[in-house]
Design a protein around this ligand. Structure first.
Ligand code: IVH
Length: 699
């Protein structure tokens, strides 16, 4: 049998240390040193060496990260130093920080005249606690917390986490160094993983925490290796042969130096107010962090004081977790109702057993659409996870499958709601559409109500006081059918409505009256044309100058408007072809709704209507702005990049990649003289395909 030579040993050692260095830069410092291909080359060389000479194999070789044996079960590991839990301060207000500081001061017998206690403040990561045991600098065991005394040996899986060094970066390593921290999953990694699982028809992860904990507790380490996991160190276990710095903050600094990832979002705080400030500061940024947290952790910074404070049962007196309101909770899915939106979109809404989450009691949550229901496989009767993060509307994250009783039927929106529950019109789902829609249009009271609310909203006609309760009554009692009817309302009709006194009726009428004076952009937006948001409405108003010009425009003219594409153009044309929409517009004008009209900014009957032109390089006489203005004045649209949709590229000297792209796509290329001709005559004499331009390019 062939044996490894001393050179082979040396090569394997040097490859391992180089790969470790590259791993550290890639995973921990987030700053790769070499291209992936170079890394792969080194990695494969080491793999090949180890395969050829088994005596070169080492448990801590970077090649062992990829997952290997399938275990029957995890072996128990007794912790050398118990893994304690941490007291939780459930008072999520700043008083929570005050209470902790007061307790610490009392235990330390400090009086008011003593200086403030110094704390290390950190984030409370939402993953799985892990103990990493390094002996002489080499990772030899990784264990879960278990009951605090005994955990499970998950070394094989933990080795697959790229951020965890298999060897400490120190010339002389301590005999024993146990590092404690949290394995977690970044939200982006979680989303990416789920998107891929969805595409591959595989099961997705419920949330990042379950993703992290579930991956580490897989018996097949190949599965863990395939999951994108991260790690943050936050403390120590057993230490032998390493002199500790005096404070916890310095311990964390030292861990960073020896190659462990430590979260940078931490601070040393003096006294309770500083803790409360940290809590509030992190709360404000909570949703910008790349991972989930459920609170912050305060630790007395001095290790000597920590020792003095000691423990009660399984919790240290020197630390506390100060929570934020929970953003996820479990509850029962009682049923699925639907909401009909302004454009008829039927949105399934989960009816839930009331549950306190994200600081409010939630009784319903959106399920988005049928595809989402299928993807999450939520069924009526399930126990579900409900999430309300920040001010975002609550959503159903997914079912807790362990708690599903028996065979619940799948939910099919179109079967349950063949007709609109509000108006009885058919519900249809277009082939390439995610949403189902009620076909009732403005016949449907639900759509009418939403249309009215949109019309009156602040950025549209801005009618203060016309809220949803009032709109419900006005539509249900058939007092208002279209926005134009609002302008016919009188005090008597209003004052008879529930919760509407004479005074509020008068105020509302004043607000309605006031809204008559508006701008073209607001008016266009208020019509609620599908896909025409506030920005598009402004573009349209600026471009056409008057409503009649807009109403007359065909699809080609509309796509000439900057930022208006074919879908939006079609929606506008469809809207303008509906007789009842034109009637409402007429009625509104007759009711005195008015706005200043201007000249169209650009011709809509010009020679370049519907044409997309790209300018590149320096033209002999025209500046870029002049050329753009001339093209737009003829109804053309100037775009910044060349695509198949580009009609002409006008190239001057030093034209670069845009010209190349035009040529490769077969787009017609013009010089300035040809552009001028096009603007004058709307056509290119002799055709554009056999001329030589100023650039010397033959087309
Ligand atoms: S220190 C003696 N620091 O919270 C104190 N724990 O019960 C030991 N956790 O599941 C814990 N972030 O994994 C500490 N910055 C942090 C933490 C943290 C999250 C977890 C820990 C355990 C629980 C504590």
């Amino acid at each position: 049998m062939l044996l490894a030579s001393p050179e082979d040993f040396e090569r394997a050692r040097s490859l391992r240390s180089e790969i470790e260095r590259l791993d550290h830069h890639y995973y921990v410092l987030d700053a790769p040193l070499v291209p992936d291909a170079e890394y792969d080359r080194l990695f494969r060389e080491l793999q090949a060496l180890e395969a050829r000479f088994p005596e070169l194999q080492q448990q801590n070789s970077p090649t062992q990260r990829v997952g290997g044996r399938v275990l029957e079960a995890f072996s128990p590991v007794r912790h050398a130093v118990p893994m304690l839990s941490i007291r939780t301060e459930t008072d999520t207000e700043s008083t929570g920080a005050m209470a902790f500081d007061a307790r610490v001061r009392r235990e330390l017998k400090l009086t008011e005249s003593d200086p403030p206690v110094e704390y290390a403040a950190e984030l409370k990561f939402d993953g799985l606690a892990i103990n990493l045991r390094y002996e002489n600098g080499v990772l030899i065991c990784a264990a879960t917390r278990g009951d605090g005394e005994t955990g499970e040996d998950v070394t094989e899986n933990v080795r697959t986490v790229g951020q965890i060094p298999l060897r400490l970066r120190m010339p002389v390593a301590p005999a024993v160094l146990e590092v404690r921290g949290e394995i977690y999953m970044k939200r982006a990694d979680f989303n990416r993983f789920n998107a891929r699982a969805l595409a591959a028809g595989e099961k997705n992860l419920v949330n990042p925490r379950n993703g992290a904990a579930g991956s580490i507790r897989q018996l097949d380490s190949k599965i863990a290796a395939s999951r994108p996991l991260s790690f943050f160190a936050y403390g120590l276990g057993e230490v032998r042969g390493w002199s500790l710095p005096p404070t916890h903050a310095e311990v964390l600094d030292a861990l960073t130096t020896i190659g462990l990832p430590v979260c940078a979002e931490r601070a040393v705080c003096r006294g309770a107010t500083a803790l409360a400030d940290f809590h509030a500061r992190v709360a404000a940024r909570r949703h910008e962090l790349p991972f989930d947290i459920d609170g912050v952790v305060y630790k007395v910074n001095s290790l000597a004081l920590q020792e003095k404070l000691g423990f009660v049962t399984r919790e240290p007196r020197w630390a506390v977790a100060h929570k934020y309101p929970a953003e996820e909770a479990l509850t029962q899915l009682l049923g699925i109702d639907v909401q009909v939106g302004r454009t008829g979109a039927i949105t399934p809404v989960a009816r839930l057993a009331p549950v306190f989450v994200g600081g409010v009691t939630v009784t319903n949550a959106t399920l988005h659409n049928q595809d989402e229901i299928d993807r999450k496989d939520v069924r009526i009767g399930d126990t579900v996870i409900v999430r309300r993060a920040g001010d975002v509307i609550p959503e159903v994250v997914g079912p807790v499958l362990d708690r599903r009783n028996g065979d619940l039927p799948r939910f099919n929106l179109l079967e349950q709601f063949r007709v609109c529950p509000v108006c009885g019109s058919h519900v249809v789902r277009g082939e390439d559409e995610a949403v189902a829609r009620c076909t009732g249009g403005l016949y449907c009271p639900a759509q009418r109500k939403q249309a009215l609310l949109h019309f009156a909203s602040r950025r549209a006609m801005d009618i203060e006081g016309l809220g949803d309760k009032l709109v419900d009554q006005l539509v249900d009692e058939n007092i208002v059918r279209t926005p134009a009817d609002l302008y016919k309302l009188g005090v008597l009709a209003l004052a008879n409505l529930e919760r509407m006194g004479e005074k509020s009726a008068i105020n509302l009428l004043a607000a309605i009256d006031h809204s008559r004076e508006t701008s073209l952009a607001r008016f266009i937006f208020s019509l609620g044309i599908r896909n025409v948001g506030e920005a598009t409405a402004k573009d349209l108003a600026r471009y056409f100058g008057s409503l009649d010009c807009l109403l007359d425009a065909d699809e080609a003219a509309l796509t000439a408007v900057p930022d208006v594409g074919p879908i939006v153009a079609r929606c506008i044309v469809e809207f303008c072809h509906e007789a009842h929409n034109l009637q409402v517009i007429d009625d509104l004008r007759a009711a005195g709704v008015r706005w200043p009209e201007g000249a169209p900014q650009a011709s809509v009957t010009g020679r370049l209507v519907g044409k997309v032109v790209v300018l590149t390089g320096t033209l002999p006489t025209l500046s870029r702005d002049d050329a753009k203005a001339l093209i737009e004045a003829e109804g053309g649209k100037v775009s910044g990049s060349v695509s198949k949709k580009t009609d002409y590229v006008v190239a001057g000297t030093e034209a670069g990649s845009k010209l190349e792209k035009a040529l490769s796509l077969g787009v017609v290329v013009l010089d300035e003289a040809q552009l001028q001709q096009l603007l004058r005559e709307g056509t290119l004499e002799r055709g554009a395909d056999a001329t030589t331009t100023d650039n010397g390019v033959t087309q």
